[in-house]
Design a protein around this ligand. Structure first.
Ligand code: GAL
Length: 403
């Protein structure tokens, strides 16, 4: 094959894949709130609350069912849901969601059993993909507990499921969940995934405070995930996202998986930082709080449309970290219309003053500056100067003034 033909094939392949999830998926995931205790009634209530609260209109279209839905296999080896948890079946739930403009995600694992010990899909990839398609599933989170540790097997097992989904007759996106252990940003898109977790599970905490242990053992906080993900911007783009794991916004130390390993809760400022940085880094956004009873602050964080627009920007760039100095992190994300999103995080435990000369991070001249959390235009300037609270992230949209 000569180079031009190879290039054509590669471009067609990339375009084919890019059509699935051209922007990061947004939705609500069952795990952090319900863990294995999921029930179709709660999920329907959550879906109704997603509609009535404005979450769906803001872009959170998916309900992602996580581990614990499975009830084994029938006498033809078809995977089936737990009858007590899903008495109406998964298809009825998918229909319910689709009729409300929503989508359904489901969960399985590339071994015999899932992380929580339920029936998984290894060896049944094509059969399970067909079942998911027949139910109207739109997304599969594919976990990796119980599978061999080497990268090569992981590539083979994820590709087997990706190929099965492609053959299923329905467009089903694939989320790779092997926690970043095998650097999936190098291979998961090629295997057929549209996103891949880059870290272990997020806990409801700001950061790992146990200096003697790695967050893989001691639990990842928001800041740990930011630090692990900051150097991966080159790997993200339309149809290929670094997944920073679920939002913990509004959980306030609820127990359950997010409460393990020191997950005793965050402040609203820290939750706002999570939203800001997940949006800047073009991560999938999976809320996990109880949408039926969220308070006004949580709503204002999850439903900030100006910040969501940064996440969903069609150019699909992940922000690069251009400053990491003392407590300060500065992130820059180019946007489709030529604007630039800029985020400044103060990771210190006190409020501090900061000045960002835009030219120092390559943004020359004057910009119209808009603060996306106070929703105010700050006028034309070549810099931003102000006070940032402990663990707070400011997000600005910079536009070149009309010439
Ligand atoms: C973990 C995964 C979590 C959750 C859990 C379910 O491996 O990272 O997000 O899905 O399994 O058992």
């Amino acid at each position: 094959m000569n180079r031009a033909v190879l290039f054509l094939f590669l471009s067609l392949w990339v375009m084919g894949n890019a059509q699935i999830l051209p922007t990061p998926p947004m939705g609500w995931m069952t795990w952090n709130y319900f863990a294995e205790n999921i029930h179709e009634k709660d999920i329907r209530e959550m879906a109704d609350a997603m509609v009535s609260s404005g979450m769906v209109e803001a872009g959170y279209r998916y309900i992602f069912i996580d581990d614990g839905w499975q009830g084994g296999r029938d006498n033809r080896n078809n995977i089936i849901p737990d009858q007590a948890k899903f008495p109406s079946g998964i298809k009825a739930l998918a229909d319910y969601l689709h009729s409300r403009g929503m989508k359904l995600g489901i969960y399985s694992d590339a071994a015999q059993l899932t992380c929580a010990g339920y029936t998984a899909s290894y060896g049944f990839e094509e059969q399970d993909a067909r079942t998911f398609a027949s139910w109207g599933v739109d997304y599969l989170k594919y976990d990796y507990c119980g599978a061999p540790p080497d990268s090569n097997t992981a590539k083979i097992r994820y590709k087997a499921m990706a190929d099965a989904l492609k053959k299923s007759g329905r467009e089903i996106a694939l989320g790779v969940c092997e926690w970043g252990y095998r650097q999936p940003w190098h291979w998961a898109a090629q295997a057929g995934g549209q996103l891949w977790r880059t870290t272990g599970d997020v806990r409801d905490k700001w950061k790992n405070v146990d200096a003697t242990r790695h967050p893989h053992q001691a639990g990842y906080g928001i800041l740990d995930i930011v630090n692990d993900n900051a150097h991966l911007s080159a790997f993200a783009g339309p149809g290929r996202w670094n997944d920073m794991d679920m939002l913990v916004v509004g959980l306030y130390g609820k127990k359950g998986p997010s409460g393990d390993l020191g997950g005793t809760g965050c402040t609203d400022t820290e939750y706002q930082s999570q939203m800001s940085l997940w949006c800047m880094m073009a991560s999938p956004l999976a809320a996990t709080n109880d949408i039926r009873s969220m308070n006004e602050t949580t709503k204002a964080i999850l439903l900030n449309k100006e910040v969501i627009a940064i996440n969903q920007d069609k150019l699909g760039k992940q922000a690069g970290r251009v400053v990491k100095s003392g407590p300060w992190h500065v992130f820059i994300k180019p946007l489709e219309n030529g604007d630039t999103a800029v985020a400044i995080l103060n990771e210190s435990d006190q409020a501090e003053d900061y000045t960002l000369e835009f030219s120092s991070v390559g943004l020359r001249g004057l910009y119209q500056v808009r603060d996306l959390w106070s929703h105010q235009d700050l006028g034309n300037s070549g810099k931003w100067r102000g006070r940032i609270n402990a663990h707070e992230t400011k997000v600005f949209r910079l536009k070149k003034p009309d010439q």
